[in-house]
Design a protein around this ligand. Structure first.
Ligand code: K7E
Ligand code: CUA
Length: 654
């Protein structure tokens, strides 16, 4: 054990030394040709060619950028509270963050993936995983709002997620950490062979996108790190990288690096789907939240689900195989044809590429090297398509340009390396500044990539930007890949830690982008569809204010009869029916954020006045030349007072 520790420490110091001298030698090489500037210049008033949805990592959100400009358009709140848009603060969206652990207003979001039709991205929804309290979210790309979140039971560190099959049949979520299934109180040292890893296949309703866990495959207790769907010829299969096939529960940096090869798990989900459709699998008690936002009521509901279907892989012979893959592979990437499965072995000097055709042949010929807990292990040589020899240090992720090239990031040597599928030769390499994780080519996770740019997402920036104290921004770098050689075009800062991104041509999304919500479609239970219907209603110690906004006043704007100790709900409907005219509202002392209400929408916040007085409220979004006039007052009387409830607009309360 001591030797192992020593050699790991030695290896790590070499890597650290490599990283730092690498960093030093590359700094200040910032000079770019003016043609690079032209290539990213989007003139004022012009639109970008691509959308890029970049995950926020520990921010828990998803940000929307334009490419090639790198301009930030929006941060979509997904797993974390957002005071800017009142997400998780207003009454309508609070249920979105409900889980079996209660209200969990934060997560760690990693891998966005856009829905597909016939193997091509269709721009309808983008899915993203919450790692920490396992969840998958769906964002509607007509409103750019999170409209559904499903918790994933029997899972922990929901990392090999959320990747979509080529007809959006499933969004798949795999557990990174194996755990007792079902959870129970047991000694940690009994991990081996007792802990299990769940791979969850979440069906997507083709019309509305509703998510439902179809089944969970209960696998051996490895760490399932990343995954990708097969496509084209390999459609119907799903591939997951594993590490810690050693099944260690302590000091994994040493103990999970013992095996020369870990596995890529190949899962024939079509086969399991058939099995399940014929009644296979067992319903297991579970407890997980399913949160759905309804555009008609502008409100979310949270339902606790009480069971989930689990499948033992041994009950479906021929459905799961292990492909030996060197050294704790991280990324698991499938090329656009579906033939090649790239295992990015973090600790391996070479890149391993498996062949789907050879895998099928090995299965057909029943050539099996052994098994792990009864799951057949194929021979490494039988499934190997080729090896990219010594392309760099610390391979993490690979994307494809659809022209026969692959692009792999190397974290330790901090570069993107371009290589050729089939010949495995390295054709170009470009440094990243610094320590790149994922990279993204728009459509790169589909049969039809748009191979014009690659976006590298970096962990470290050090000297690239103005310093902002000890925490400096993380960043993305855009490369032109239209030629033989890659060309660095642009650095731009990101929100949180960018793990992965999904990109697509703007034309797929732009025409469907909603401009407003129609008032006549507003089914919110507290909606007020015209000014004449505004009112204030007391129900014991609860007060409901039915309020409307229109440029440039609130109705009502004078309210009396509210008392200290009341719970006051402001239900505000924005009567505007014009594009881009939200109104905001906030009142002194409210601790649930302001509201930002889109045209035709109703939103609610709670105010619990603690002090008597006459308290102003105002619009927080500069909506017209008379925005500053958009204000009002609530009179708060003592708890035992007899001040009658009154409201008005344009007249004095008597
Ligand atoms: Cu490599 Cu979470 Cu996909 Cu980060 S992960 S880099
Ligand atoms: Cu309404 Cu400002």
């Amino acid at each position: 054990m001591r030797n192992i520790l020593k050699s790991t420490v030695a290896l790590l110091s070499v890597l650290v030394a490599f990283t730092s001298c690498d960093t030093a030698s590359k700094s200040n090489s910032g000079a770019l040709s003016s043609s690079a500037a032209e290539k990213v210049y989007v003139a004022p008033g012009e639109h970008d060619e691509f959308y890029a949805f970049i995950s926020g990592g520990f921010s828990g959100q998803l940000s929307v950028y334009g490419l090639p400009s790198g301009r930030l358009f929006k941060v979509i709140p997904v797993f974390s509270l957002d005071a800017e848009k009142a997400y998780g603060y207003n009454e309508e969206t609070k249920p979105m963050l409900n889980t079996s652990h209660g209200f969990v207003p934060w997560d760690d979001s990693h891998h966005p993936d856009i829905s597909q039709t016939n193997g091509e991205i269709d721009g309808r929804w983008v899915f993203i995983n919450g790692n920490n309290t396992p969840r998958i979210a769906k964002i509607d790309l007509s409103t750019f709002e999170t409209t559904e979140i499903i918790e994933v039971p029997n899972s922990a560190g929901n990392h090999s997620s959320s990747f979509v099959t080529e007809n959006s049949e499933y969004v798949v979520a795999g557990t990174r950490f194996s755990i007792p299934i079902p959870q129970k109180d047991m000694p940690i040292k009994d991990y081996k062979s007792n802990f299990k890893g769940a791979l969850s296949f979440i069906s997507i309703d083709p019309k509305h996108g509703h998510m439902d866990i179809k089944f969970q495959l209960i696998m051996p207790g490895f760490d399932y790190d990343l995954s990708h769907p097969g496509r084209g010829k390999s459609h119907g299969w799903f591939f997951f990288t594993t590490y810690n096939t050693e099944e260690a529960s302590t000091l994994l940096e040493v103990n999970a690096s013992q095996n020369d090869k870990d596995f890529i798990a190949a899962v024939n989900w079509k086969k399991i789907e058939d099995y399940v459709n014929n009644g296979g699998g067992t319903m297991m008690p579970a407890n997980y939240a399913h949160n759905v936002y309804d555009e008609a009521t502008h409100s979310a509901t949270s339902t606790m689900k009480k069971e989930v279907r689990v499948v033992n892989p041994l009950d479906v012979p021929g459905a799961v195989y292990f492909l030996p893959t060197p050294k704790s592979p991280h990324g698991c990437d499938v090329d656009p044809s579906g033939e090649y499965i790239v295992g990015n072995g973090k600790l391996s000097a070479n890149l391993t590429v498996h062949s789907f055709t050879k895998m099928l042949a090995a299965i057909e010929n029943n050539k099996v090297a052994g098994d792990a807990y009864g799951i057949p292990i194929l021979n490494f040589e039988d499934v190997l398509a080729g090896v990219v020899e010594q392309p760099g240090l610390g391979p993490l992720h690979t994307e494809f340009d659809g022209k026969g090239n692959a692009y792999t990031t190397f974290f330790i040597s901090s570069e993107v390396v371009k290589w050729k599928l089939g010949t495995w030769e390295v054709v170009d390499r470009q440094p990243c500044f610094y320590s790149v994780g994922h990279l993204m080519i728009p459509g790169g996770n589909s049969q039809k990539p748009f191979g014009k740019y690659v976006l590298a997402m970096n962990k470290i920036t050090k000297d690239r930007y103005l310093p902002t104290g000890p925490e400096v921004t993380q960043s993305a770098q855009l490369y032109d890949i239209s030629g033989e050689k890659m060309e660095l075009l642009l650095d731009f800062p990101t929100v949180g830690e960018p793990h992965y991104a999904a990109g697509c041509p703007a034309d797929l999304i732009k025409p469907r982008s909603k401009k407003l919500f129609k008032l006549e479609d507003n089914k919110h239970p507290y909606a007020t569809l015209n000014e004449a219907d505004t009112k204030v209603v007391r129900d014991g110690k609860t007060v409901h204010i039915y309020m409307t906004t229109i440029r440039s006043h609130f109705a009502p704007d004078n309210i009396e009869g509210v008392k200290v100790g009341d719970k006051v709900y402001f239900h505000i409907t924005n009567l505007e029916q014009d594009y881009d005219v939200p109104h905001g509202v906030s009142i002194i002392g409210a601790n649930t954020s302001e509201l930002l209400i889109m045209p035709g929408q109703t939103e609610t916040f709670l105010w619990e006045p603690k002090q008597i007085g006459v308290w102003p409220f105002y619009c927080t979004d500069f909506c017209s030349a008379l925005h500053q006039e958009m204000q009002g007052y609530v009179r708060v009387s003592p708890a035992n007072s007899n001040t009658p409830l009154k409201w008005s607009l344009g007249e004095d309360i008597e």
